[in-house]
Design a protein around this ligand. Structure first.
Ligand code: SPD
Length: 312
């Protein structure tokens, strides 16, 4: 066994007094963009990892779990969606998963071109060529301004935004007003899904507040979850629809729809996974049921920027 080890660590705070430590081989790049601090680290366990403002985003080793869980349940529920809008998603991996489906048009709106370029350079297999797909349109800009100024409607809208950190680029994108605009841009039978932060018992307030906020706007709202090793947390997503219910999709129906679409090489998502991720434990169900917070433009959900440590 090699004794070589340079003992550098990336400490990510889960909450102010709990953290996860990644042993890292090296830092490949640190860039202060116009909107955030972007870093690409190489860790022993997860390979290259994208970190934004001290928050982990994607790693080579486990990114498929988050991205398949974010995209495919909504796409399968919408049943052959043709037009998809993606908010955020700088690494290109969410776009990659969307484009596995026979969509006609996928618009991705992300504010930070520098992060997209860094990912293309250091983590090119995450996008897997999706930015060059003729069905994809990349818009560099603010997702809220884009949707407020557009009249176009979509079958699926996917929100793959960073956490709403104070003064961060996503702070206005988790509010009732924003979700109302999203609903107005969905076609009949449309589906909205958002990454919705941790559902861990020590850190689920943001998730339950996002769920409750979406409930004020949409007739049907479902939380689901999966464990993401890089985040060291059970991770939440919230799906909101105009009536379709992902919980009513059987294991067999999910597999049939995937097969019909020729999507047979996923590593995480299938009918059995669908059933598992939409099954919530009792404590989380109770936390969601008891939530009363509604996130609004003048009462935003803001997560304090956390200290991050990186060094020997
Ligand atoms: N692509 C955006 C996903 C953001 C996930 N951040 C996770 C942070 C874990 N501490």
């Amino acid at each position: 066994m090699s004794r070589a080890h340079n003992w550098q660590w990336f400490l990510e705070l889960v909450v102010p007094n709990e953290y996860h430590v990644h042993g890292i081989k090296r830092s490949l790049v640190v860039r202060e963009t116009q909107y955030q601090v972007a870093e690409i680290l190489e860790s022993y366990q997860f390979g290259k990892m994208l970190i934004l403002d001290g928050e982990s985003q994607s790693s080579e080793r486990d990114e498929y779990i988050y991205h398949e869980a974010l995209v495919h349940p909504a796409m399968i529920l919408a049943d052959n969606p043709k037009k998809v809008l993606l908010l955020g998603g700088g690494e290109g991996a969410t776009l990659r998963e969307i484009l596995r489906h026979p969509v006609e048009r996928a618009v991705m709106v992300d504010i930070d071109e520098e992060v997209i370029e860094l990912c293309k350079e250091y983590l090119p297999h995450l996008a897997g060529g999706s930015f060059n797909d003729p069905r994809a349109e990349l818009v560099i800009g603010d997702a809220r301004a884009y949707i407020e100024n557009s009249k176009e409607k979509f079958d699926v809208i996917i929100s793959d935004l960073t956490e709403p950190l104070e003064e961060g680029p996503a702070s206005k994108l988790f509010t009732k007003e924003f979700y109302t605009t999203i609903k107005e841009h969905l076609n009949e039978g449309g589906v909205f899904v958002t990454q919705a932060l941790s559902v861990s018992i020590i850190n689920n307030k943001a998730h339950t507040a996002i769920h409750n906020t979406l409930k004020q706007v949409f007739p049907l709202v479902r939380s689901y979850h999966t464990y993401v090793p890089m985040y060291d947390s059970d991770w939440g997503f919230v799906m909101a629809t105009l009536g379709k219910d992902p919980v009513k999709l059987s294991e067999e129906e999910v597999n049939t729809r995937l097969e019909k679409l020729g999507i047979i090489n996923l590593k995480y998502y299938d009918g059995e996974t669908h059933r598992a991720i939409f099954s919530l434990p009792k404590d989380l169900r109770n936390a969601i049921a008891g939530e009363t917070t509604v996130i609004e433009d003048n009462k935003p959900l803001l997560i304090a920027r956390r200290e991050r440590f990186f060094g020997a």
